[in-house]
Ligand binder design. Structure first.
Ligand SMILES: C[S@@+](CC[C@H](N)C(=O)[O-])C[C@H]1O[C@@H](n2cnc3c(N)ncnc32)[C@H](O)[C@@H]1O
Length: 429
């Protein structure tokens, strides 16, 4: 690790590389202004710039933790609960929407009149958030947006992702210790889809998260937005799916290729693929409400090539297709349930059909960078608390595929450069 000075020198070196990249490409410098770009500017996805950015994040985190010392590192983690409850309160009461997107913001008394909340309460909540760089006081007694609070207003999918975490993931987390402690977690198999999860315990329900969403259209709509935001993470960029599989050759590449997007949500992955591959036809399958709202949002230019079908993926697959695409689907289910999903597809497959999974393939600690590793481990716990399942490594995926149908095999696993997901191709032996 070296000395603090060694670390700081490496940080300077990477910061210089990033500054040079910004200056030579005439790109805006990152800032906390409400006009700041939503992501670090790297329009050509230069891998050297991305590597320097990731190294800068890792090294500054190490330096910060060393400077804090272990006691304060733990206190900071504890305080993060206050960060979340404060933001939850502000967002639930719609307060950020009353703060104009201007450099000087709004005086507290005016905000108090607009929200019917005492100025003192507004002050204590907003000033706490400001310590995390969300909101700031540009002039005395005024509160204004920073880049981080402004993005919650401007980027609807990210706002949906955040409030899904506050209102569904956060309460589920409060029951995780209880459920894990009782040994209830990971006993989903045999109990039907979902099993008992920290989420079902927190919400007092006897059904899976998916069934719950189907009965709560507002939460379901928000969850779709959240999934769209996940697609917006650099490591989940849909270009890795678009470019990471030979879609152009599907169905012989002669305009007849059929792709079934199983658990395809509102169809945004199919729509993206359809824009790039004009020879392909897509059928998006999901719950009835989900496909109905996907159909309503579909651009008219794709109506001939993207269709929607309500289908429960635990029941026999009704369509014979060239490819069955399952992106971020099987990781939501226990091994037994994931095998059932694949088993239901096998009888509909032609000899040449393929099942294509887009999923994280978990690796040992230290194999991938810390930013990617944190995402992977967070998702592992998230899957456990929301759905009573977990992410899988290569051997786990091979076992699930074999268990699904003795004739099916993993034909290849490809992880596009920069992607957090791998593309797992499955076919008959
Ligand atoms: C994590 S989302 C993934 C969505 C999309 N494939 C993507 O890449 O973002 C899982 C999807 O599976 C759907 N789903 C859950 N249970 C299902 C079932 N039994 N039959 C069909 N779809 C289901 C959910 O409604 C949801 O849209």
């Amino acid at each position: 690790m070296g000395t603090l000075t060694d670390l700081a020198a490496r940080i300077t070196q990477h910061a210089q590389l990033l500054d040079e990249h910004l200056q030579s490409n005439n790109l805006p410098s990152p800032s906390f202004s409400i006009h700041a770009p939503p992501d670090f500017p790297n329009p050509d996805k230069d891998p050297n710039v991305e590597a320097a950015r990731v190294a800068l994040i890792e090294d500054t985190q190490t330096l910060r933790n060393l400077a804090l010392g272990p006691g304060q590192v733990i206190r900071e983690v504890g305080w993060s609960i206050i960060d979340l409850s404060t933001l939850h309160t502000l967002l639930s009461l719609n307060i950020p929407h009353h703060i104009p997107l201007t450099p000087t913001g709004i005086p507290y008394p005016t905000l108090s009149t607009l929200t019917s909340l005492p100025p003192q309460t507004l002050k204590l909540l907003l000033r706490q958030s400001a310590t995390a760089g969300i909101f700031h006081e540009p002039i005395p007694n005024h509160i204004a947006h920073t880049a981080a609070s402004a993005i919650l207003l401007r980027d609807k999918p990210l706002g949906d992702w955040f409030t899904h975490h506050l209102e569904e993931v956060f309460p589920a987390g409060t029951k995780l210790a209880e459920v894990v402690g009782e040994g209830a977690a990971c006993k989903g198999e045999g109990k039907g889809p979902g099993g008992e999860s920290a989420f079902s315990r927190a919400f007092g329900i006897d059904e899976s998260f998916w069934e719950f969403l189907e009965k709560h259209p507002d939460r379901q709509r928000r969850f779709f937005g959240a999934m769209q935001a996940v697609g917006g993470d650099e490591g989940h960029d849909l270009r890795f799916v678009v470019e990471g599989y030979p879609w152009g050759g599907v169905g012989g590449g002669e305009g007849r290729g059929v792709v079934v997007d199983v658990g395809g949500s509102s169809g945004f992955v199919s729509s993206t693929l359809a824009h790039t591959y004009p020879n392909l036809h897509f059928i998006v399958q999901d719950y009835a409400h989900t496909v109905a709202s996907g159909r309503a949002q579909l651009p008219s230019s794709l109506i001939d090539r993207v269709s929607f079908m309500a289908h429960d993926f635990f029941t026999p697959q009704p369509v014979t297709a060239d490819v069955y695409l399952l992106r971020h689907v099987c990781h939501n289910w226990s091994d037994g349930d994931a095998a059932r999903i694949l088993r239901a597809i096998a009888p509909a497959m032609k000899e040449s059909s393929r099942i294509v999974l887009v999923e994280v393939v978990v690796v040992e600690p230290g194999v991938v960078g810390r930013v990617q590793e944190r995402y992977m481990r967070n998702m592992d716990v998230n899957m456990l608390q929301m759905l009573n399942t977990q992410e899988r490594g290569k051997e786990d995926w091979e076992r699930v595929v074999k268990e699904a149908d003795g004739r099916l095999r993993v034909k290849g696993i490809h992880k596009p450069e920069g992607s957090w997901d791998s593309i797992i191709e499955i076919g008959f032996e």
